[in-house]
Design a protein. Structure first.
Lengths: 674, 510
């Protein structure tokens, strides 16, 4: 076994690898760019080596520097994590040349699977099911129909030279093929000047399902079941789970066997993932193979009880796999949410800055439910614009999918972050989504269910009730303490009213609050109920004290977590994806508040505001210039991504406030229209 | 007998209606509450005892003898806020537009005198049209008596003015002499002369909002210490403020059981000061992480934002916080910031509220605008205020403490009781670049030498240790331990006693 390994990565995955290495008694070496010198992985590792300036190309992607860091630190092996150099054949070769072990597959396997066409060929050769189709040129309608009949409907007729949906036709029957073939051909000809078309099986509502494989250097390969990652936003996975609610044991066995066959065919000798696209009918077809540890590997670890990083290290050290296929048992259900530093209300633009507060929920196992958090950040740390905006993975495991979802929802409720924007509200809303709960998944899920993006959901139903009840309870605790202030007028105890009106934004919920049943009793009243004691009783129990960021407790015995942020005269509460401003008024305060005019926010529509913190790359317009809707106004770079800011409507530029090279904060005014 | 008793209730009902239902409705339509509704929100339920409900004016000129309304445009009395005694007068806009008559003034005077005798805070809610012109000099005399009492009470009991409607002419000077002024956005304004007079005299065309609205006074003139969106929001915040304030200058600060451990460690503070000395950070994060439960009542938030002032609690007891804000103008001291902090320090000192000061100041702001504007005297106000303070002074230098500004910001030399510095502190006459260019003027042509000198200067002087070696800094503390260290210092200073020489009064450079 190795004495010392280097982790050629950063963030949560570097921290996660260090944890396993430490458990195995292996010393760890972190590498870091200038932007990461105070990062968590540097703090956690036994030693750390600087490898250059913040841009990844000059640090984490620089093979020479990493090899030099190995030499300098005396590391015998390197774990690449995911991303960065993890799937670079050149890196594996450079390490081999330097006599350092790569904790990952051999370079040939990386090369074989790295090329999309080569990997498909290898898959076909290993009898892995690939998307049925006819890649050759099709002469006429009759041949097209014959091929389509062979493949099975629906099929897709695609222009060979195509792109952007042009010359693409979906056909569900032979007549549709006849018609579609002709039209696809003529469209292909007019659009691309090339009338060649081909036919492929069309997978309706595809799902993304992948098989985890594990091999050693002695020719053994096993699989560890599947993960479903159908919840994606623009091809970026958001939520992953294991097992897939789609698969049955037989299909799982088939997919696993094919994945193992492919891995064996390419001499795979580490942890890897064979990705499939699956139809709702459980048909499945090879997509590609990832020759690295996946981001979402923890869900597999929780259902199998196998530490994949440990296995990777062991097989890299030459050990034989200690688990046989028959030892692999999938127990319960695991769900992972990826927590990103991005603003869900602003089209998921990256958010950077200081983590003023970062309080993840408690990790551990209780009542058969596991909560695991893989994180690479800490309170007081900085989210820089140089790297991937993923800051943590929240994984829950329970005996059933339903229980894992509810544990996930609760954990998200308690995940408290301030200082940057993050996608927890979106993740929490997904957990509440009936279609997700019913596992009616497809890779189009987010695009179909959130066609106009994600906007803050308004409090309603049980969520509104819980938020109102917690607001009343929190207010009650604060009020009790207020009435214990020193210097009170003698003989005049303060009279407390039991009736309260909780305002959630402009909606009023009347209730009655008092200490009872060992907790705080809240009675919800109708508009006309006069109380006392007339409404149904909800009992809240919690040890929450003013100043605590999360109200942990029970409502009628059921565990609940609600985030509490004080605002002027009230609270901003977060629960189940809903963020609501709550004001707890007495009857007379509420009556007075009803008389107050509602104020409209100042009109910012004439201004172009910087949507995220970033660097101005260019300003595309000049003062006095007339611009049309959709025209580029400015380009702002953040997280290494250039974001083009376009005019939302026609107008004339009145003034420009930012220059090229300026570093702007979120909502900084870039320019103003007349 | 019952008839007689019933008559009282009849008269009360009629008096409570003030100017009548129509005017009450009109008041509501403007988004404003009535004088009595406001008191009801300000005070604990059922605690308000109204006085002088049946007072009427005695004017006989201009037909005034035909028009009498009980209360005469102001509601006065006392009650409690969370059980603590508070006096209040609330102008009733529905009665003669809340205008001040001789009797109206006498009602206020009575309540001022009572508050002084009882040594309890007094709050004025303003929503009125100035002097009752029909009464002439009798009204003016009334104003003068109110003003005089404001001054006598200053520094003895807290006086708070809340502007909730018009406040013009003679009405503005009573608030101006109280400790705090708060305004309601869009529905209140305050000025000495209104837009009409302004137009006649200077030809300037200006709206009431532009001339004296909440946004003007909270950001530009610094007349208002805070502005809120509406009556309800304002009055609830006044309740919150009163929880921080002592009843009078000898009562000591109020105390309540804190839920926040005084020994709480905040590891995130260790990374608050950025590596780059020119990069700003938000000093409010430090304040919020040091005070009990993150509860901070900020004053003058929108004015001179390069300094932050306000109330918080440590171990359940009120403290005043003063902090340079590196996010705005690098936290520099200018005339506005000095005046803002000076007045706050004097309030705290007058009412025995300990002061915690966080220092990150690059110096005083240079330039003709500042010098012509009297920076020397305005800066001196803050220096004077701190030097004069006899309350516990605990100071923590987080980063820069340069030049004269170091002395001013509650340094050891002017009376700081416990002065701490973070390891990131730089206590020096000036920053490295400026210092090297002066000390090593001869080397200016040689950038290499200058760079070496700068490095040398930084290493030697830009640390807290030179000051600590001399005992100007009592200890260098870890940022994460700031709250416990401040809490222990304040606990130790609970019995602080300082005798100043007797005098008539000091001569603050006003």
């Amino acid at each position: 076994m190795f004495k010392r390994i280097l982790i050629a990565n950063r963030g949560e995955i570097a921290c996660r690898i260090i944890k396993t290495a430490r458990r195995l008694g292996i010393e760890t070496v972190a590498v870091y760019s200038d932007a990461d010198k105070d990062a968590l992985h540097v703090e956690m590792a036994d030693t750390a080596v600087p490898i250059g300036p913040p841009p990844a190309a000059e640090s984490y992607l620089d093979i020479d520097r990493i090899v030099a860091a190995c030499r300098a630190s005396g590391a015998e092996a390197v774990h690449p994590g995911y991303g960065f150099l993890s799937e670079r054949e050149a890196f594996a070769l450079a390490l081999a040349k330097a006599g350092i072990v790569f904790i990952g597959p051999n370079p040939q396997a990386i090369a074989a699977m790295g090329d999309k066409i080569e990997s498909k060929k290898a898959a076909a050769a290993a009898k892995v099911s690939t998307v049925p189709g006819h890649l050759g040129v099709i002469e006429d309608e009759r041949e097209a129909v014959r091929i389509a009949d062979e493949i099975g409907y629906p099929v897709m007729i695609k222009a060979s030279a195509g792109g952007g949906g042009k010359g693409m036709r979906i056909a569900r029957s032979a007549p549709e093929v006849t018609e579609g073939f002709a039209r696809a051909r003529s469209e292909a000809k007019s659009s691309f000047g090339d009338e060649r078309v081909f036919i492929e099986k069309f997978i309706v509502d595809p799902r993304h399902i992948e098989i985890q494989v594990l091999g050693d250097k002695h020719g053994n390969v096993i699989h560890l079941g599947e993960r479903e990652c159908s919840i994606q936003r623009r091809n970026q996975k958001v939520i992953e789970e294991s097992p897939s609610p789609l698969l049955d044991a037989a299909t799982r066995e088939q997919m696993g066997a094919q994945a193992v066959a492919l891995a064996k065919a390419v001499g795979y000798d580490s942890a890897g993932t064979v990705e499939f696209v699956a139809g709702q009918d459980k048909s499945f077809y090879f997509l590609e193979m990832n020759t690295r540890l996946q981001v979402e590997h923890p869900v597999t670890e929780l259902v199998t009880g196998i530490d994949l990083v440990e296995q990777m290290i062991r097989v890299a050290a030459g050990e034989r796999l200690s688990v046989a296929q028959s030892d692999v048992k999938l127990a319960g259900s695991a769900i992972e949410s990826r927590i990103y530093a991005e603003d869900p209300y602003r089209n998921f633009l990256p958010s950077t800055g200081r983590l003023v507060k970062y309080r993840p929920p408690a990790e551990g196992i209780a009542d058969g439910v596991t909560v695991r958090i893989d994180t690479g950040v800490f309170e007081g740390g900085e989210i820089s614009l140089y790297y991937d905006p993923m800051i943590a993975k929240l994984v829950t495991h329970a005996p059933t999918r339903e229980a894992a979802i509810s544990a996930q929802a609760r954990a998200l409720d308690a995940f408290y972050i301030d200082g940057i924007r993050h996608n927890i509200p979106f993740l929490a809303a997904l957990m509440q989504h009936p279609r997700w709960q019913a596992a009616k998944l497809s890779t189009g899920f987010i695009a179909e269910e959130f066609p106009d993006g994600f906007s803050p959901p308004a409090p309603a139903g049980a969520t509104a009730q819980a938020i109102a009840a917690v607001a009343a309870a929190v207010d009650h605790v604060i009020g009790e303490r207020r009435r214990r202030i020193s210097g009170q007028m003698a003989g005049r105890p303060v009279v407390r009213e039991r009736l309260r009106s909780v305002w959630l934004d402009r909606a009023e919920i009347r209730l009655e609050v008092a200490r009872e049943h060992g907790g705080i009793g809240v009675r919800l009243l109708g508009e006309t109920d006069e109380g006392p004691g007339s409404g149904p009783l909800i009992v809240l129990s919690s040890s929450w004290k003013p100043g605590e960021p999360v109200w942990h407790g029970t409502i009628d015995g059921a565990p609940v977590a609600v985030q509490v942020r004080p605002i002027l005269n009230g609270f901003r509460l977060f629960h189940r994806g809903v963020e609501a401003k709550a004001f707890v008024y007495t009857e007379s305060e509420s009556a007075a508040a009803r008389l107050m005019p509602s104020k409209v926010a100042a009109d910012a529509s004439k201004k172009l505001l910087c949507p995220m913190p970033g660097l101005v790359v260019s300003i595309a317009v000049a003062v006095g210039q007339e611009v049309k809707a959709g025209e580029t106004l400015a380009v702002v770079e953040a997280m290494k991504m250039e974001n083009v800011l376009r005019a939302e409507r026609d107008g004339v530029v009145k003034a420009i406030f930012a220059n090229k090279g300026d570093s702007l904060a979120v909502d900084a005014v870039i320019l103003e229209f007349e | 007998m019952k008839d007689i008793l019933d008559k009282l209730e009849e008269r009360r009902i009629s008096a409570r209606l003030g100017g009548g239902e129509h005017r009450i409705e009109a008041q509501h339509k403007r988004g404003k509450l009535t004088a009595r509704e406001r008191i009801e929100l300000l005070m604990d339920r059922g605690s308000f005892e109204e006085l002088d409900m049946f007072v009427e004016h005695r004017s006989t000129d201009f037909g005034m003898e035909k028009s009498h309304i009980a209360g005469d445009g102001v509601v006065t009395g006392f009650g409690t806020v969370n059980g603590r005694t508070v006096f209040v007068f609330s102008k009733d806009f529905t009665v003669f537009g809340g205008s001040l008559s001789e009797t109206h003034a006498q009602k206020i005077i009575k309540i001022q005198d009572m508050a002084m005798r009882a040594r309890a805070p007094i709050i004025g809610l303003f929503d009125a049209g100035g002097a009752r012109i029909q009464e002439g000099v009798a009204a003016l005399g009334g104003y003068g008596e109110v003003f005089k009492r404001n001054v006598i009470a200053s520094g003895v009991i807290p006086q708070i003015s809340v502007i909730m409607g018009p406040c013009a002419g003679g009405d503005v000077y009573s608030p101006a002499m109280t400790d705090f002024i708060f305004m309601v956005r869009d529905t209140s304004y305050m000025f000495v002369t209104g837009p009409d007079v302004v137009k006649t005299v200077t030809n300037e065309v200006v709206t009431a909002e532009e001339l004296g609205g909440a946004s003007v006074h909270a950001t530009k003139s610094s007349i208002a210490d805070g502005a809120y969106d509406n009556d309800v929001e304002t009055l609830l915040q006044m309740r919150r403020l009163i929880d921080f304030l002592p009843a009078n200058s000898t009562s000591g600060v109020p105390e309540w059981p804190s839920f926040d451990d005084v020994e709480r460690i905040e590891p995130s503070l260790d990374s608050l000061v950025p590596d780059n000395p020119n990069k700003p950070y938000d000093i409010k994060e430090l304040i919020l992480k040091v005070v009990d439960e993150g509860d901070f009542f900020e004053l003058s938030e929108a004015f001179a934002r390069n300094i932050v002032i306000g109330f918080g609690r440590i171990a359940g007891r009120t403290v005043g916080l003063v902090a340079n804000q590196p996010m705005v103008l690098a936290g520099v001291l200018d005339s506005d910031a000095s005046r803002k902090a000076a007045r706050f320090v004097r309030f705290c000192d007058a009412f025995n509220i300990p002061i915690v000061t966080f220092v990150d100041v690059p110096g005083f702001l240079p330039g003709t605008a500042q010098e012509y504007g009297g920076l020397i005297k305005h800066g001196a106000k803050l220096l004077f205020a701190y030097s004069q303070a006899t309350v516990p002074l605990v100071t923590v230098i987080t980063r820069k403490a340069f030049g004269g500004a170091y002395d001013v910001m509650a340094s050891k030399h002017i009376g700081g009781d416990v002065n701490y510095a973070w390891p990131t502190a730089q206590i020096a006459v000036m920053g490295a670049k400026g210092a090297v260019e002066i000390i090593f003027r001869a080397d200016l042509g040689d950038p290499e030498k200058i760079a070496a000198r700068t490095k040398e200067y930084e290493e030697r002087f830009l640390s807290p240790f030179i000051a600590a070696e001399r005992g100007y800094i009592d200890d260098v503390i870890m940022p994460h331990a700031t709250r416990p260290r401040i809490a222990r210092a304040l606990a130790m200073l609970r019995g602080k006693t300082v005798e100043l020489p007797g005098r008539k009064h000091d001569n603050l450079p006003v």
